[in-house]
Design a protein around this ligand. Sequence first.
Ligand code: G3I
Length: 361
Amino acid sequence: MSLPRLAAAVATACCLAVLPLATAGPAGASGGPGVPDRPLRQLAADDRLRIGTAVDTSALADDADYRRLTGGQFSTVTPENVMKWEVTEPRQGEYDYAAADRLVDFAHRHGQKVRGHVLVWHNQLPSWLTSGNFTADQLREILHRHITDTVRHFKGRVWQWDVVNEAFNDDGTLRDSIWLRELGPGYIADAFRWAHEADPRALLFYNDYNTEWTGPKSDAVYDLVRRLRAEGVPVDGVGFQGHLGIQYGLPTGMAANFARFDRLGLATAVTEADVRMEMPADAEKLATQAEGYRLLLDACLRTRHCVSFTVWGFTDKYSWVPSTFPGEGAANLYDEDYRPKPAYRALQAELTGRARPASAG
Ligand code: G3I
């Protein structure tokens, strides 16, 4: 990203209009002495940061408490599922953006920006695509059209796009996906070029998990984006998903890792934070969880161009964790009855009174 573009990204993170909202967390203890019980989005605005959540659009339609907190606590939203390819083009050539459009409209009404998720992934692809017998040339054209049509549809309404998601294995090799197999590694650069052509103002991110700390996977992402930028490919940022589990120990060195991406002139973002645990939860586990969230946010706040911090859902009432990791759960900021957990208070406290490094802009 050019410096003016990066400065603009930071500026939009910074100076968001904060709606007057009577939607601070439900009644309960605040984050501690001197920590005001203000909505996260207001506290984050003081720190020139957008704070976001992934949104389950069924819950948004059906659950008034969920709706109130989504609008009141967060200044960006990410569709948890409804911008994924299996939803937006269930049959080849038949597009369905209705659910995503409703979320984008909700965001607009609540002064929120939208993280678009996701353009190129190996998962949640439509079956016509995965079971079709397409040649490599046909697949390349299908991917090109998917990116172009999707980004054009939301042009001007999506702030950041996760253009390529989870392209690496944990050992730093490229993941064996339909895209790598059929198109070769050049699909990554092509995807960024095509997305940029469709909406030159959107910020284009590479997004992955287990990259928050230094290691083979994070090194591979670093090498990728450094090379892409040297080749003039329009990659603007790197998203660190932030899916942690307290049973693995909390990661160290995240701020130093984020910083090396920052030095490449890239925006960074925490894009899918949650901190799961083996059930049942107890006070000690919840305290460790709070520290996990705090560490992720701290790494972002220490990074000059970390423009947004997004949690992957905010209530244990709706979470991808229990079905994916049986026996684990309680990964979110609020419990199933929308009571704020220590993790919520830890974010409030961390956002209060932080002096962030001055932005390059
Ligand atoms: O929509 C279908 C529905 O038609 C069907 O009847 C039902 C029956 O199982 O499944 C529904 O699809 C589910 C979908 O979520 C929408 O609810 C899938 O089974 C389920 O696997 C899918 O899970 C999503 C998961 O991505 C898929 O990989 C999670 O909600 C979503 O939170 C999760 O998000 C990912 C990010 O996109 C990328 N990073 C990791 C993150 C967590 O896995």
